[in-house]
Design a protein around this ligand. Structure first.
Ligand SMILES: [Zn+2]
Ligand SMILES: [Zn+2]
Length: 220
């Protein structure tokens, strides 16, 4: 258990280092803010004014005509059988929990480092809250587990919440790290499309812009 926690910590630190290297700032920030349920990996360079305009323009263009984006999928050669269970190491309290590898909770446990890398690459500040997956930190056991997010609106900076529940929604998160203007999308494995082309702009708008700014830019 310790080993896995360390591996995840190392992977997260790696993401933070990569992201800070991009922004030219070499200081590595602590992974978890004290007294906070937020992992500090969102140190990647966020959009400046010119980039903001470019992102909004690209989203508007795709909304009008999704065929401007090339969607392709790669064959998957991953034939390795995963172990039946995997360990979730809580980044907040250090507790661990075992989940079936193929379950939603198991995927979140295994993908946590790559989710953090994706968020660090996003042009908008987005923070993930994994507490639903820790038996100790989970607040509402009556609700099904979900991965919760806070986005800071690209345009006005206002915070808003959204969540991902289910494996497909976690896979879709990589769409948030696409380069703007978006010209192509890797749909992942054949047969498990991440997103329908006509839904791409809305997917990103709903996670990059607050409801008011979506309306303002015709991206509702
Ligand atoms: Zn915990
Ligand atoms: Zn806004």
């Amino acid at each position: 258990m310790k080993r896995k926690a360390l591996l995840i910590a190392a992977a997260l630190a790696g993401a933070a280092v990569n992201a800070t290297a991009q922004s030219g700032d070499l200081s590595v920030e602590p992974l978890v803010e004290p007294e906070s349920k937020t992992i500090k990996a969102n140190v990647g360079k966020k959009a400046n004014e010119i980039e903001k305009a470019k992102i909004i323009e690209s989203l508007q263009e795709i909304r009008k005509d999704p065929t401007t984006v090339q969607f392709h999928s790669a064959m998957c050669y991953d034939m390795v059988m995963p172990p039946p269970d995997t360990t979730f190491a809580c980044p907040y309290c250090g507790n661990t929990a075992q989940y079936p590898t193929r379950s939603f909770a198991g995927k979140v446990a295994d993908w946590m480092p790559s989710i953090e890398r994706t968020l660090a690459l996003c042009k908008v500040k987005i923070e993930a809250d994994y507490s639903d997956f820790c038996p100790k930190c989970r607040k509402d056991t009556a609700q099904p587990r979900s991965l919760k997010f806070v986005s800071y609106c690209l345009d006005c900076g206002e915070k808003f919440n959204w969540s991902a529940s289910g494996e497909k929604e976690v896979e879709q998160l990589t769409l948030l790290a696409l380069k703007f203007p978006i010209k192509e999308v890797d749909q992942g494995e054949k047969g498990s499309m991440k997103i329908e082309p006509e839904k791409l702009s809305r997917y990103i708008s709903d996670r990059f812009l607050c409801p008011k700014c979506r309306e303002k830019h015709g991206l509702k």
